[in-house]
Design a protein. Structure first.
Length: 163
């Protein structure tokens, strides 16, 4: 515990740290799991089933991962609440804000991709639409990489804050 943080008891600090670790595990574990599931679904499901599967998975996963991210942000904020604002804390808050914004953009982009993929099911001969889906999919991959990178950076910053 940082010496300047004395607003919570050590038992509360330990409990909050445990909740933060669990929320982080759910967030990162879910992020990695989605990548694995996407790879498997690409080979195991047909286009129509894959679109329906990811639409349902996205809704369920969005609730679980969204709650994990919010709980992680809230417990992290409580854990650093008595800490003076220094460069490390400012950087951590900025990265958390970027992660939240990038994740919101990612959710909107995933919904757009679902609509596009659904349209391609009905227009299999539309080459322009197929090209648009491929381009958007590349963008989605870059966005997911950004979310992953920001998530890992936030974990590293959290470790530094805990020292």
């Amino acid at each position: 515990m940082h010496p300047a943080v004395s607003t919570i008891t050590s038992a509360a600090h330990a409990a909050l740290t445990g909740v933060l670790i669990l929320a982080t595990a759910v967030w990162l574990g879910g992020f990695i799991t989605i990548a694995v599931v996407a790879r498997v679904a690409q080979h195991a499901l047909g286009p129509t089933e894959r679109v329906a599967f990811f639409q349902a998975l996205g809704r369920a996963h969005g609730i679980v991962s969204g709650l994990a991210l919010l709980i992680g942000f809230a417990t992290g904020a409580v854990l650093v609440s008595g800490r003076p604002w220094d460069g490390l804390l400012v950087t951590t808050v900025a990265v958390a804000g970027l992660l939240a914004a990038t994740t919101a953009i990612g959710v909107a982009q995933a919904r757009r991709m679902t609509r596009l993929r659904r349209h391609t099911l009905n227009q299999t001969d539309n080459l322009l639409l197929a090209r648009l889906v491929r381009r958007e999919a590349r963008g989605a991959g870059l966005l997911r990489a950004g979310i992953g990178g920001l998530s890992l950076a936030l974990v590293a910053l959290g470790v530094l804050l805990a020292m």
